[in-house]
Design a binder for this molecule. Sequence first.
Ligand code: ATP
Ligand code: MG
Length: 394
Amino acid sequence: MDEPFVKAKAILNILHKNGYQAYFVGGSVRDFLLQRPIGDIDIATSARPKQIIDLFPKTIDVGAVHGTVIVLHKDDQYEVTTFRTEEGYDDYRRPSHVEFVTSLHEDLKRRDFTMNAIAMTIDGDIIDPFGGRKAIKEKWIQTVGDPNERFFEDALRMMRAVRFSSQLSFLLCKETVSAIKDNASLLKKISVERITIEFEKLLSGPGCQDAIPILVNTNLYQYIPGLADETHHLGRFSLYKWSQLQGRAEYWTLICYLLNKHDIKAFLRQWKLPNKIIEQALKNVACLKKVLQSGWNQRLLYDCGAECIQQIERILNVLGVSQEVSPYQEFCKLPIKQRSDLLITGADLLLWYNQKPGKWIADLYQTVENGILENKVENNKEKIKEWLLSCNQK
Ligand code: ATP
Ligand code: MG
């Protein structure tokens, strides 16, 4: 058994000693069988949320009504969820009501795909009532039960199917594809935030090249924010290795650039992204367009700053645009990197020109910045004064 499971055995042990059933479930068991790196370990138990909270000294109640409690143990955290079925799916979203049950089998049955509906005991024995191991071996994504019913219950599962195909390089089985085609419009009912998470994971997967055409062929893309009718642009998404990008802002920069959106801010807001990501992506797209049009120059490097330049460098790489010299290295050579590096202040300009404050100060600042960046003058107070007054720069 892999080390993360060995550590997590302590949690199962405590639950067992207190008379409860407990198993490893979900993505960690799937990834263990696939010999992929294991992410979060999920545990399913017959103990009720209140009983879980009473048993462990450190817990976080993240959704006890739905049966989930986070247990903190020796710097690690585990999602411990009471065996449950889900009922009353309102609006094709998460269940309005969950019912706690005593059987592991019932709990596995409510899970989305056969590969995600496998449990593992504390001794490493596998419980696999729906043929998940076979699906993993043959690299198939297949719903537990009738795909039409399962997508009707929770339409996000359609996005999950495509993102898993990208992350794991698995194929969707025929019935799953045809059920996505039939139910694609139900995605309208799903919150944008949940779709955003799945879409980002889809792009970052090694099988993205094959997953994007699934979005198009099943028509699912018509119900993803801002992607409706973007058939042509979206097709180009398959050409690039998105996994070489780092961080969400880089993803969203490339998405905006490839979709060639006019109102980028409105597009990004549709996805309910945090303002910080929106601002960074806006800055990046503007810079990327300038670079692609006329290359880097000192002023552009200075205006972008280190963080933006490094992000653009990676995006240009993904786009296959070769850079003879590294723009970041060019940036490092600039005599000034930001406005606060200037050795003059507004007060100096007021004193030298003896005029009322006004827009002329900002203009002059820019003139000085340009002069320094173009090596026309040194970043030295006396030299700047001399240069400004002698060339009558104002
Ligand atoms: P990841 O590696 O992305 O975390 P995961 O399979 O662990 O993949 P999670 O979203 O963490 O995915 O969910 C944990 C488990 O809960 C899944 O493996 C699956 O069994 C179940 N699950 C999650 N979302 C759904 C859903 N929408 N419908 C049914 N079961 C779900
Ligand atoms: Mg998980």
